[in-house]
Design a protein around this ligand. Structure first.
Ligand SMILES: [Zn+2]
Ligand SMILES: [Zn+2]
Length: 421
């Protein structure tokens, strides 16, 4: 073979290999709190916990702060955060990382400990290709007592939330815009998820639908106080998602929202807001913050509270899932969606006392209608073409090992499909 042809062929082979770079599944959590805001452990301890549990990446997202400045905390204040019995937080921190690592000082007779910056502890815990730390912030805005929180992931500069504008949607929009602006200005992919809309019943499905700067939200958040199930008069997360998706597609001609699963963990000593309940599985070529964010933005991920999908996609006109089977566990896949010509009537309902939204709209069962319920670990479902969108939720028979709501079993949530017409 002539050398020129050989080198061209070699180039073609290299090109073909990179074009088909295999994707892998990476497990990560993007909503976590530490002592930097209202969490009750040191970021290194939390990161170490996730790493040991087999996560591939973690984003600690403290309220309105990046771990990038000098902060000292009185040790008694650190210990006061711990609500469970057991060993003191400092004792565990020292036992894991040693006297050499932990920095303390005496101030007016009180021992203070310095919180390590992300860039200080990143080299200690990050391992290329094995474990990644992603910088994040929970931009915590609101109107009065109505919390409006966004998880900004792969952030580079701290964001000061904009609060108390005319209405919830204005606040959401203003804060989403700041993250989008930073991402564009720095040329770094970032993504932002709306957090826990039912926390203190702050937001309605119409708010989630109407803010087009928003593309992601928390379908599952492991904090027990976020009202995943809703209540007698207010819809839970599943219906919220379906209403928002339907409104976006029909009224706003916008894509549906993608759903993430997160922990929103605050407590690490055995208390109620604990880690390990919800996460995302991202299908990406490599464990790199920009690649992970790009894959998430492309919708190449699912949310989970325990169910593992070995494969998920839409091929040859059908949604196909392969669920990783666990012995003795059964799986039910519910396909929900809204069909063309659905009953769009709504009814106004007065909200219970204390709800920041005095009234709410109720929608018919046509919105997020159950289109199929399928059993087993190999799932194939063909849409008819009349769906405005559809989505799949896998419900396992296995009780969640650390439930955040009553009778919780492990689940997985596939992103909405069928809306790109
Ligand atoms: Zn929050
Ligand atoms: Zn949070």
């Amino acid at each position: 073979m002539r050398p020129a042809i050989a080198s061209i062929l070699a180039l073609l082979l290299v090109h073909a290999a990179s074009a088909e770079e295999p994707k892998k599944w990476f497990k990560g959590n993007t909503h976590t709190h530490s002592l930097w805001s209202d969490g009750n452990d040191f970021p290194e301890m939390i990161t170490d916990w996730y790493k040991k549990k087999g996560y591939d990446f973690l984003a600690i997202s403290d309220h309105n702060v990046l771990q990038a400045k000098e902060v000292w905390m009185a040790v008694p204040a650190v210990e006061k955060r711990r609500k469970a019995l057991g060993k003191p937080t400092m004792e565990k921190y020292l036992a894991r990382f040693g006297n050499e690592w932990v920095t303390t000082r005496d101030k007016d007779g009180v021992t203070e400990v310095r919180l390590k910056k992300l860039e200080e502890y990143r080299p200690l815990l990050e391992e290329p290709g094995k474990f990644l730390i992603v910088q994040a912030e929970e931009v915590s805005a609101g109107i009065g007592k109505q919390p409006i929180h966004l998880g900004a992931v792969n952030l580079r500069e701290e964001i000061k939330p904009i609060k108390d504008l005319a209405n919830a949607q204005e606040v959401m929009r203003a804060n989403f815009k700041m993250v989008n602006e930073q991402s564009e200005r720095l040329g770094i992919p970032m993504f932002t998820h709306l957090n826990h809309p039912n926390f203190r019943w702050a937001l309605k499905a119409e708010d989630m639908a109407g803010v087009l700067e928003e593309n992601f939200w928390e379908i599952y958040n492991g904090h027990p106080g976020i009202n995943y199930l809703g209540d007698e008069t207010r819809v839970g997360h599943e219906k919220l998602w379906d209403i928002a998706n339907t409104l976006r597609i029909t009224q706003f001609k916008a894509p549906p929202l993608y759903g993430v699963g997160t922990d929103d963990s605050h407590h690490y000593h055995g208390e109620e807001s604990s880690p390990g309940r919800g996460w995302v599985m991202v299908h990406a070529t490599k464990l790199d913050a920009n690649e992970i964010v790009k894959a998430i933005k492309a919708g190449d991920f699912y949310a989970s509270s325990g169910v593992v999908l070995e494969d998920v996609g839409f091929t040859d006109g059908a949604l196909r899932l392969r669920i990783k089977a666990e012995p003795g566990v059964t799986y039910k896949t519910v396909i929900r969606g809204t069909l063309e010509g659905f009953d769009a009537t709504t009814r106004e309902q007065k909200s219970p006392e204390g709800d920041p939204n005095p009234t709410r709209l109720l929608y018919t069962d046509d919105v997020g209608k159950t289109l199929a319920t399928l059993e087993g670990t190999e799932v194939t479902w063909k849409p008819t073409g009349k769906e405005l969108y559809f989505r799949a939720t896998v419900v396992s028979s296995k009780p969640h090992p650390n439930p955040s709501f009553k009778d919780q079993t492990e689940m997985a949530w596939v992103q909405p499909m069928g809306w790109k017409k």
